[in-house]
Design a protein around this ligand. Structure first.
Ligand code: ZN
Length: 80
């Protein structure tokens, strides 16, 4: 009888250990997910002059058009 009780205790301990490890690994993966920057957070825009794609934050906006550089903004205006 004591063997069965011991077996149950060992089984319960093993189960508790596995659950603890799983929870710990889940917490780690959650941390990793937070650290990685979200994909496509910033819009990509196209330079109206040369057609190169760049993040909106790095572009020069003029009316409805986006440009990769002030030079291309100038060239685009001149070509119109
Ligand atoms: Zn350009």
């Amino acid at each position: 009888m004591s063997k069965i009780i011991l077996l149950v205790i060992v089984f319960a301990a093993a189960l508790w250990l596995v659950r603890g490890l799983r929870r710990r690994s889940e917490a780690k993966s959650g941390e990793r997910a937070e650290k990685t920057p979200p994909q496509g957070a910033e819009d990509m825009v196209r330079c109206a002059q040369c057609g190169v794609h760049l993040p909106r934050g790095e572009s020069i906006m003029a009316g409805q058009e986006f440009f990769c550089s002030a030079r291309h903004q100038h060239d685009f205006r001149r070509s119109r």
